[in-house]
Design a protein around this ligand. Structure first.
Ligand SMILES: *Cc1c(COP(=O)(O)O)cnc(C)c1O
Length: 388
């Protein structure tokens, strides 16, 4: 059976009523036959039937033993960090998602957990940063917004040799394009707010554990800390997952067309897209992903905040907003939005230049999207490029 068919049919028909859609169990508690005798559900923080379907489906999609659903991507990341104890160290990808940086550095360092940020595109940097206290390696690939690629298999070999956990934030790729557990990772996290939900209408997070033991520890943390995903939002993510393969395929196709067009554009200095042969991570991405995703970023030739701000305010289909992975295309100016809190020099060094624009390429007709971008180039006073 293909993975697509398996995913669609892993949303079960309701055995009680025959409902083809998964029912939303909007309940806080479950009546017991006798004290401690129940149908597998006792209290809805601990377990909810709608959430459980989602947890089973994401585990299957990622090829893990246990899925655990949270009220946001950051709540999912938070639960993984709670596996650690004071004195432990984390080695994390240096251009980590800003919210994860804030959580690691401004919340967990207070509790005696140390974080070292390194450029993981060269796994040798991870080996240099290892210490006997390293308990967790944290990778995003591709990263945001410059789409750097880390070789998951190589990092997994290091993690195993030094007996530390490897967690991959798989938000940008989605399980359709990249399955980190099969490449040797122990844990996968998702902001299901992005491609899994897919419609820009919810906030959700997921964790998948490679083995039962790890899964049970995270399940324990989910119940103990309580940041669970609601039944309705679980249902929305399930609804998103039903069309995930189709959507991701079209996101990739549209993004590739736009990346190639941008690369040939006279007003563009540089394009970051792992699907382009010019991208430094292209070969690794080809090996570990079955597609290159829906996010493209690029630097304007006029590499100034003024030009980039004007560009970002001049599109009509690309809406100016943070986030990604939805049906409608979005764009943002990382230097003044998502990465504003990083000191300018450090920000530029990591590739987030003043003239950098990030696109979340949606599902519109790509010809309309290209025309939209062309009119924004015109608005910043660039020459008109080759027609599509
Ligand atoms: C958005 C995002 C998160 C955080 O997820 P929320 O659902 O917003 O809490 C974490 N990692 C990555 C890569 C993201 O893009």
């Amino acid at each position: 059976m293909s993975q697509i068919t398996e995913t669609i049919h892993s949303l079960p028909v309701d055995p009680q009523t025959g409902a083809i859609a998964v029912p939303i169990y909007q309940t806080s508690t479950f009546v017991q036959e006798a004290p401690g005798i129940h149908k597998g559900f006792d209290y809805a923080r601990t377990n909810n039937p709608t959430r459980k379907v989602l947890e089973d489906v994401i585990a299957k999609l990622e090829g893990g033993q246990q899925g655990i659903a949270f009220s946001s991507g950051l709540a999912a990341i938070d639960a993984v960090l709670k596996l650690l104890k004071a004195g432990d160290e984390i080695i994390a990808v240096d251009d980590i998602y800003g919210g994860a940086f804030r959580l690691f550095t401004h919340v967990y360092e207070k509790f005696g957990i140390r974080v070292k940020y390194v450029d993981t595109t060269d796994p040798a940097n991870i080996e240099k940063a290892l210490s006997p206290n390293t308990a967790l390696i944290w990778i995003e690939t591709p990263t945001n917004p410059t789409l750097k690629i880390t070789d998951i298999e190589e990092v997994a070999i290091i993690a195993r040799a030094y007996d530390c956990l490897l967690c991959i934030d798989n938000t940008f790729a989605s399980p359709v394009l990249q399955r980190p557990l099969a490449l040797g990772a122990d844990i996968v996290v998702h902001s299901a707010t992005k491609y899994l939900g897919g419609h820009s209408d919810l906030i959700a997070g997921l964790v998948v554990a490679r083995n039962q033991e790890l899964g049970e520890r995270i399940k324990f943390i989910q119940n103990a800390s309580g940041a669970v995903l609601s039944p309705f939002d679980s249902w929305l993510v399930l609804r998103g997952i039903e069309t995930l393969h189709l959507r991701v395929k079209q996101h990739c196709e549209n993004a590739r067309r736009i990346a190639e067009w941008l690369e040939a554009h006279p007003a563009v200095e540089k394009v970051h897209y792992p699907g382009l042969p010019s991208h430094p991570g292209h070969q690794v991405a080809r090996r570990q992903c079955s597609g290159f995703g829906g996010v493209v970023s690029f630097v304007l030739k006029d590499n100034s905040a003024t030009a980039a701000t004007r560009f970002a305010s001049s599109t009509s289909y690309f809406k100016l907003a943070e986030s990604l992975g939805g049906v409608k295309s979005l764009l943002c100016h990382p230097a003044s939005m998502t990465h504003k809190s990083i000191p300018a020099e450090k920000r530029r060094q990591s590739g987030v230049e003043d003239g950098l624009i990030r696109l979340s390429v949606g599902l519109e007709d790509v010809r309309d999207l290209i025309q939209d971008l062309e009119s924004a180039f015109a608005a910043v006073g660039s020459k008109v490029a080759t027609p599509v």
